[in-house]
Each structure stands twice: as C-alpha cells, then as structure tokens.
Design a protein around this ligand. Structure first.
Ligand code: BES
Ligand code: MN
Ligand code: ZN
Length: 496
C-alpha cells in the first residue's frame, strides 16, 4: 500500500473520502464537495438512512461536477467519542469498501472535527495506519492468484491542512505496523517452514534495525541447566533455540531493563499426550507469544524507542517420538525446582519457566511480562475478545490494561491465589505441570509460571490463546496481537 500525505487539494481521479458527524452534519471539505456536485451529497443523505454514525458509509458513484470516480461520505459518530482507534477502524472500513472495487487510489480528507479531542493531523495518521493494517495479505504460498482476486486499491493520499505533523505521527505508527506484520507473518507461516532454527535466523535479521541478537542452542541451554525447556523439545528432530533480543535505546540509563518473554512452540502436537486431529493445524500458531515479542522488539528498534528492553523467545517443537518426554517424567528446571510432567501437552509453561529464570538471573529486569498461547481454557473464559491477564503486581496490571485499551488489544485480569496454587502440588516432585482437578486451567497454568518469579519481581502473564489468531481471518489469521500493546506500554512507562 502506497501511503502519502498532501494538503487539501481536490483530487481529479480515483475515490474521494469525506466525513460527516453523528446527526449528518458535513465536514468543511464535504460541504465544498457537495456544493461542487450541485448538492448531490445532501440529496443522497435525505433519500437514505445515512446519519453520520460510525461505520455508516454513503457512496456516490461518478458524481457530476467532480473529477473523481466516486465519493464516500463516512460517518464519524459523536465527535467527543472519536479516538485514534476510531480513526484506525475507519481506515479499515475504507480499505474494505474499496480494496476489491476496481478503484486504484483514494484520497481522504477528514477535516478538523469540532469538539473532537484529536487534531486532524493525528486523525489522518491513524486513518492511514488503519488502512495499512487492513491491507495486510499472506499470499506467499499461493501460486495461482488471479489479478482479479488481488486488491485493486494500491494508493491512499491523506489530505490534511498540516501535513508535516501528520507524516511524522504516521512514521511512528508505520514502524509499529512493521512489527505487527512481522508477527502476523510468523504466526501464519506453517511449521514445516518456521521451526526454531528458522525463527532464530529471522531474529538475527533484526540486527539491521540495531537490535543485538543472541541465540542459545541445546548445548548452551544444557550447560545452564534448562531441563524444562529441553524436555519439551527432545521429541523433535528440530533443535530448540533460546533467542535473546536486546534493544538498548537508553544507553545511559541506570534503570534495569524491561523483560518480555514469548512462548515459541513452533508446532504443538501435544507430544505423547497427543492432541486430537481436529484443529491440530492451528497449533502452527502456538508461537504467537514469541511472534508478539519479536514484533514488539522490531517496533521499538524501528522507532528508536528510548528504553532498554530485552526480548526472550523460547522456541521449540513439541512432538511425539522415541525420545519424547513421557507422562510421569520428572524434570529439573534451571531454577532447581523439579516438575512432574503429567501431561506433555502442558508444555508452554515448561519452556517459559526456564526462559523466565534465565532472564531474571542474567539481566535483573525491573519487570517481566510473558505472552503465551498457553491454555484452551482462556478461550472458554474470554473468547477472542480479551487476552487473560495474570499478575503479582497491581501497578503493572493497570499499565497493561490501559495500554491495551488505547490500542484496541484489550486484556481482562483474572484472579490468582494460594487456593489455586495448591492444585499443582505433586506426589513426587516440587510441582506437577497440570492441576490435580479439572477447572480453572488458565489460572493454575499462571500459578505454575509464578513459581518461577524470583524476589517478587513485578510480573504479568498474558494468555493470548484466544486472540493470537482469529476465525474470520480478516485480513489475517494471525492477528499480531500484543505488538501494539507492548509498544504502547513501553512508550507510556519505560522510556526516558
Ligand atoms: N497450545 C496449547 C493451548 C491452546 C489451545 C492454544 C487452543 C490455542 C488454542 C497448550 O499448549 C495446551 O495444549 N494446553 C492444554 C493444557 C492442558 C493439558 C492442561 C489445554 O489448554 O488443553
Ligand atoms: Mn500443548
Ligand atoms: Zn502449546
């Protein structure tokens, strides 16, 4: 998608987008356009049900008196409620209306909206971001795609009185979207092409953004005593990899870094506790947490965030086989705590345990946030609407909640406590990897993770199993959930 910014000059071709607020009042540019086409917009509003509510669109084809091929009047809703997120949703709506229409280019002029808290240049930037986000495609495995099945729309011009600040605001959003697209690509990629070593190769390619990238192979992890992570990967012919991304955007800062940890199970068959066949293909996305951390680190480096952040991607493949771990096995984690593995399909918590011990001991972070497609139970509780948030720290939880709301990647905090913790007591080891009784599966998983948090380090766990990919697959099966949230969290609380 070619995205550019210009002053407000009436376009002579393509589609034109103008706005109207709730009640139907036209914006300044919309009024001028209406005048030029002899009042066609006002007449169309009278003839139909368009009221300027958000998500409403009025379309005029080949209006007389204008050079453009069509005019879209988009509803902005109530000005006081119009937010950056509304502008992004509007961008997505515009893309959906026009992308397959045959139209090649569109110009949008959303003027300063009276009583709206946002400046028009910020609206323009977020509108552009919404268009770009929606224009994502994952076509690399299609070899027979006809031109008529590809989007016709390739260019959008945002018209704005103050184009320089609009451009600057978009540049930042554009870097974040690069991270979102990277995360979607990783989640969408099948496990035969994206396995731990390939994940590591792609991480190394982030070096060009100024990130320092370290990769620990199985021998290195064995030396560190990462028995939990290695146990998960031992049934696979693919070598496990611990990938550490360093972003030092505040080199003179004395504050400890923020640590982000992602579950990177490139394929989760369940292992010996094999999953049923139906839907197993979705488990190529079980590295959605690692993808989110990867994308967030790319976004932070791309926009040169003035913060020090470490991203840890725990990448493995969970497979059955002669060398796979067995239910009943007792393994020793890097922390020294032993774990009885009663179900090899509860593997995410095992790899996160060692990744979290590693990052705490090596880098003494100010906080640890992990993202993981950890439990099917969280999709029962929250569906595809919110990620589950589990934390030992109210302040950190509040920050995450707020960041999520601002970018449209919302979380819902779940309870934790000793009554849940006691359900993972083991007959033979320090703990077992599944609860002894059914129920509260997402919470007992979080309790397991908390046992690997040292010295009450502020910690939050996001169970993203319900939101990392979406059924309707528009514009992408892999959602890229988490990249925008993490970027926003860092911008709000961890930058100099
Ligand atoms: N990767 C799955 C969780 C999952 C399920 C993610 C559905 C996305 C959609 C995880 O490794 C898993 O298998 N969890 C088990 C845990 C159980 C064995 C305690 C689950 O949720 O059933
Ligand atoms: Mn599993
Ligand atoms: Zn899994």
């Amino acid at each position: 998608m070619n995205i550019s910014f210009s002053g407000i000059v009436p376009p002579q071709s393509g589609a034109l987008v103008v706005g109207a607020i709730d009640g139907g009042a036209l914006s300044k540019t919309a009024q001028e356009v209406d005048k030029k086409c002899g009042g066609a917009i006002s007449r169309a509003i009278k003839a139909g049900r368009f009221e300027g509510k958000s998500e409403q669109v009025l379309e005029l084809l080949s209006p007389a008196g204008l050079g453009v091929s069509r005019v879209l009047v988009v509803g902005l809703g109530k000005p006081a409620e119009f937010s950056a997120l509304s502008a992004e949703k509007l961008g997505a709506l515009i893309f959906d209306r026009l992308s397959m229409s045959g139209e090649k280019q569109v110009s949008a002029a959303i003027d300063e909206i009276a009583k709206c808290p946002l400046k028009s240049e910020i609206v323009a930037a977020h509108l552009a971001a919404g268009v770009r986000s929606r224009s994502y495609r994952f076509d690399k495995y299609r070899t027979r795609l006809k031109d008529s099945d590809k989007p016709s729309l390739t260019k959008i011009t945002l018209m704005c009185a103050k184009m320089a600040p609009a451009k600057a605001a978009f540049a930042r959003l554009d870097h974040v979207l690069n991270g979102v697209f990277a995360a979607r690509d990783l989640v969408n990629d099948p496990a035969n092409d994206l396995y731990p070593a390939e994940f590591a190769r792609r991480a190394k390619a982030l070096g060009k953004l100024g990130l320092k990238v370290e990769v620990l192979n199985e021998a290195a992890m064995k030396k560190l005593g990462m028995g939990a992570l290695l146990a998960v990967g031992q049934g696979s012919s693919k070598e496990s990899q611990l990938i550490i991304l360093h972003w030092k955007g505040a080199p003179r800062s004395k504050k400890p870094p923020l640590a982000l940890v992602g579950k990177g199970v490139c394929f989760d068959s369940g292992g010996i506790s094999l999953k049923p066949g139906a839907g197993m293909g979705d488990m190529k996305g079980d590295m959605g947490g690692a993808a989110a951390v990867f994308g967030a680190m790319a976004a932070l480096a791309g926009r040169k965030a003035k913060a020090n952040v470490i991203g840890v991607l725990a990448c493995v493949e969970n497979m059955p086989g002669p060398d796979a771990q067995r239910p009943g096995d007792i393994i020793t984690s890097m922390s020294g705590q032993t774990i009885e593995v009663l179900n090899t399909d509860a593997e995410g918590r095992l790899i996160l345990a060692d990744a979290m011990t590693y990052v705490q001991r090596k880098h003494k972070p100010c906080a640890v946030i992990d993202l993981a497609t950890l439990t099917g139970a969280i999709t029962i509780a929250l569906g595809d609407v919110h990620a589950g948030l589990f934390s030992n720290n109210d302040a950190l939880s509040g920050q995450i909640d707020k960041a999520g709301k601002a970018v449209g990647e919302t979380v819902w905090r779940m309870p934790m406590g000793s009554q849940y913790d006691s359900k993972i007591k083991s007959k033979f080891a320090d703990m077992q990897n599944i609860a002894s009784a059914a129920g509260a599966g997402s919470i007992t998983a979080a309790q397991f993770l908390q046992r690997f948090i040292e010295k009450d380090t502020p910690w939050a766990h996001l169970d993203i199993a319900g939101v990392a990919w979406t059924g309707d697959a528009k514009p992408s099966w892999g959602s890229g959930y988490g990249v925008k949230l993490l970027d926003r969290l860092v911008a709000d609380h961890y930058e100099e």
